[in-house]
Design a binder for this molecule. Structure first.
Ligand SMILES: [Zn+2]
Length: 56
């Protein structure tokens, strides 16, 4: 098996090409990429996470 080209961040719920998954601002750092002066571990400092959209 090949490793995925797109490493998922801890806050990601799925790969960006997965149906029903979209990019959204990280809730942990509110899209800033850092929490209390440290790089956000949830979004890896990107301020964005892939979250499931639609549905419930
Ligand atoms: Zn974050």
């Amino acid at each position: 098996m090949q490793p995925d080209d797109t490493p998922l961040k801890p806050g990601d719920e799925g790969p960006p090409d997965a149906p029903g998954v979209g990019e959204d601002a990280c809730r942990a750092c509110h899209g800033t990429g850092s929490v209390e002066g440290h790089r956000c571990a949830v979004c890896n400092g990107t301020g964005k996470v892939l979250q499931g959209i639609g549905g419930g």
